[in-house]
Design a protein around this ligand. Structure first.
Ligand code: SF4
Ligand code: SF4
Ligand code: SF4
Length: 410
């Protein structure tokens, strides 16, 4: 089989979808999933019939029926640890699309990891009720690993191998993102299935580091390296091409966002248009709600919050929710205003080639070429712009000596 970029994305996203369905099924009652699936099927059928696309209906109906049928077979709260690694592997692959779609053998080898983890941990499932047979769960998890492994191992690719190797720091970021996502999925599953408080410990530590410590050193690093919703958006939502229900942000909000960024950041951020405008609109109401109802101590709250963010992200273009509405990042952005360390932009070395075009490379739509000498407070230190830039001396860790002189004089 020819492995094109699109086919690579499709296989990974369907495997992720299957694993996510099994995961959510383990967390909630199967009837909840069945009701959700029926709603999705009803809306999908209505749309297809309106467009007179009966062929598409014939193609999707059997898949929907199989998925729906599976919820009857798999209807107890039971989770194979391997399933979480399947989700992580799909996201990891999607974060390396350009590199793996050109090298299908390596992509296939990566899928050996969840396969091995499933085999090694099959006797240690998370379960509230023991099912009559454990084999459907194990077989399904192994099948989810084998499908991409076999397709990629037997396929050939005509995609060009990228000339520039991935930066080590970007590889590290993707690894950290994937591990934190899996950890989050794991503690959430423990909380739901076992009723344990462990996820509160996770969120407690998460907040201590991302509110009180990291912003002072690395600014908004949470949004580039740690947030599960960021991982989900960068890997999956960026590659889902559908008409977003909210295509454009109303101009008034856009302008308020810009004004907030200027106000918070001062001169240096004049060209950084996005700092969540909802700093005032969302931060205070959320803070009061949390305090009055003591929400942070409730087990369901952080989970519902993160799932809510993920669902809302589906309505907007890639990362627009993060750029303009997420109240979590707004106060971390504030805390990171004077962060010790930022990516440097050596303006005098920029060749204006526009390879770092904001919408392509930067999750926060920062117009890099217009920055003064370093990235603004809105930057999530993801290093995507540094990777996109073909020249090694423009976006750097250290300021170039001539730039240092210029900044000193300034
Ligand atoms: S803006 Fe909010 S949802 Fe987006 S990555 Fe940051 S914390 Fe996560
Ligand atoms: S400026 Fe560069 S490092 Fe900062 S968020 Fe944008 S792409 Fe990432
Ligand atoms: S890719 Fe690099 S050299 Fe090209 S415009 Fe962007 S910062 Fe300048």
């Amino acid at each position: 089989m020819q492995i094109t970029r699109q086919r690579f994305i499709d296989i990974n996203k369907y495997v992720f979808g299957g694993a996510a369905l099994l995961y959510v099924n383990a967390l909630f009652d199967a009837r909840f999933i069945q009701a959700a699936l029926l709603c999705i099927a009803a809306v999908g059928t209505y749309n297809l019939l309106r467009q007179k696309r009966v062929k598409a209906l014939i193609r999707y109906a059997p898949i929907a029926a199989i998925v729906f049928g599976l919820t009857f077979v798999i209807n107890v709260r039971y989770l194979q640890p391997g399933l979480i690694v399947v989700c992580g592997t799909a996201l990891f692959s999607l974060l390396h699309i350009q590199y793996f779609s050109a090298r299908p053998r390596i992509a296939a080898a990566v899928w050996g990891v969840p396969f091995a983890v499933t085999l090694l941990t099959y006797s240690r499932p998370l379960c509230a009720t023991t099912p009559t047979s454990e084999w459907p769960y194990i077989l399904l998890t192994l099948t989810l690993c084998l499908i991409p492994a076999c397709v990629f191992a037997s396929g050939t690719s005509s995609e060009p191998v990228p000339k520039k190797p991935r930066l080590k720091v970007v590889k590290t970021r993707i690894m950290v993102q994937t591990c934190v996502f899996m950890l989050w999925a794991w503690v959430t599953a423990i909380a739901f299935i076992k009723g344990s408080q462990v996820q509160l410990l996770f969120w407690g530590l998460f907040n201590v580091f991302t509110v009180a410590l990291f912003p002072f050193f690395f600014g908004r690093v949470l949004c580039g390296w740690l947030c599960p919703n960021a991982t989900m958006q960068d890997a999956l939502l960026k590659n889902l091409h559908y008409t977003r229900p909210i295509q454009r942000i109303p101009q008034a909000i856009d302008e308020q966002t810009h004004a907030s960024a200027m106000y918070i950041s001062g001169h240096i951020d004049q060209n950084a248009p996005y700092m969540p405008a909802t700093l005032l609109m969302a931060w205070f109401p959320m803070f009061f709600l949390e305090t009055i109802y003591d929400l942070t101590g409730k087990m369901w709250y952080p989970v519902a919050f993160m799932y809510g963010l993920m669902l809302l992200s589906l309505l907007l273009p890639w990362r627009k929710l993060c750029a303009q509405f997420c109240w979590l990042s707004s106060y971390r952005g504030l805390a990171g205003h004077n962060s010790l360390w930022r990516l440097r932009f050596n303006r005098s070395k920029c060749r204006q080639c526009k390879r770092c075009a904001a919408e392509e490379a930067c999750p926060y739509y920062i117009d890099i070429r217009n920055q003064d000498n370093e990235m603004p407070v809105t930057c999530c230190v993801c290093f995507s712009c540094m990777e996109a830039c073909p020249f090694g001396d423009v976006i750097t860790f250290r300021r170039a000596p001539e730039e240092r002189q210029r900044v000193k004089a300034f």
